[in-house]
Write a protein that binds this ligand. Structure first.
Ligand code: CP
Ligand code: NVA
Length: 302
């Protein structure tokens, strides 16, 4: 039962919760008109400390398609944590709206918001996690492969928020994951350990070895939002980790390419790969909408 719960990390969900989200998302994607009044009269506040296209638009459009309403509060309006205490924002918004999506720098700020809210709080990306992305990504993988347990999925790049949620996501559906990151940029060990309770996570430092025989290769930016001061150092550390046609030649010929977007073309991925017929990056982006509609309906279950 997801009713009334927060969604801060996929690790907090049971496998049944995740299969419930994926199965409702499948129905919503197939017949959106059946759900057009599900959240009539409900409101969602979106608190964003960082920029967003997909997360903001898919939540706003998703609420509208379900008959509800969304209010976007960016940093200039909310001044998260400086204009007033996080717990006061939580208490106030709990009196006005039915759910909050928050994109913050620090995951602990989302935890604090959730602790002091009487309504569900959804993590719209923090330094540690991007659960809505991770859930959409496992939805996309299961949509593309009849038996996902038989495929090799590889993430090449930064051991960041997107990878952490992908690891939690694959763990919920019994899919092993191979990761290749430069030394010092691997995913957090405690999160690898959490995922390894259910699946095998292989962490390497050699992107070509990781790519061998892959059915899916996933990447994300080398410089995440908030890490701009590390840009030069990161570009140097990641330069052998670009998803280009040479790296793709190590994977299976039909290997699909995933990226959560926004992509920094010419850095972590080349134009020829992201624009190739094997790229499913816009299917991923579209699925954010369907999966988040399912999440909203389940958390706000009437
Ligand atoms: N993938 C993703 O969350 O995109 P935005 O940053 O544009 O929301
Ligand atoms: N890792 C990226 C993901 C953006 C959706 C970031 O945090 O900026």
């Amino acid at each position: 039962m997801l009713k009334g719960k927060d969604l801060i990390s996929i690790n907090d969900l049971s496998s049944q919760d995740v299969s419930g989200i994926l199965s409702l998302a499948t129905k919503v994607k197939k017949s959106p008109e059946l759900y057009k009044d599900e959240l009539r009269g409900k409101s969602l506040a979106l608190i964003f400390q960082k920029p967003s296209s997909r997360t903001r638009v898919s939540f706003e459009v998703g609420m509208a398609q379900l008959g509800g309403h969304a209010i976007y509060l960016d940093e200039t309006h909310i001044k998260f944590g400086s204009r007033e205490a996080v717990k006061d924002i939580a208490a106030t918004l709990s009196r006005y709206v039915n759910c909050i999506v928050a994109r913050t720098f620090l995951n602990k700020d989302i935890e604090e918001l959730a602790e002091h809210s009487t309504i569900p709080v959804i993590n719209g990306l923090s330094d540690m996690f991007h659960p809505c992305q991770g859930l959409s990504d496992i939805f996309t993988i299961t949509e593309k492969f009849k038996d996902p347990k038989k495929i090799k999925v590889v993430y090449i790049g930064d051991g960041n928020n997107v990878l952490h949620s992908l690891m939690h996501g694959v763990a919920k559906i019994g899919l092993d994951l191979t990761v290749a990151s430069p030394k010092g940029y691997e995913p957090k060990k405690n999160i690898v350990n959490e995922a390894e309770k259910s699946v095998k996570i292989t962490v390497l430092n050699d992107p070509l070895k990781a790519a061998e025989g892959a059915d899916v290769i996933y990447t994300d930016v080398w410089v995440s939002m908030g890490q701009e001061s590390e840009r030069a150092k990161r570009l140097n550390a990641f330069k052998m980790f670009q998803i280009d046609s040479r790296l793709m030649s190590y994977a299976k010929p039909k290997c699909l390419v995933m990226h959560c977007l926004p992509a920094h073309r010419g850095e972590e991925i080349t134009d020829s790969v992201i624009d190739s017929p094997n790229s499913i990056v816009f299917d991923q982006a579209e699925n954010r909408l369907h999966v988040q509609k399912a999440i909203l309906m389940l958390l706000l279950d009437k």
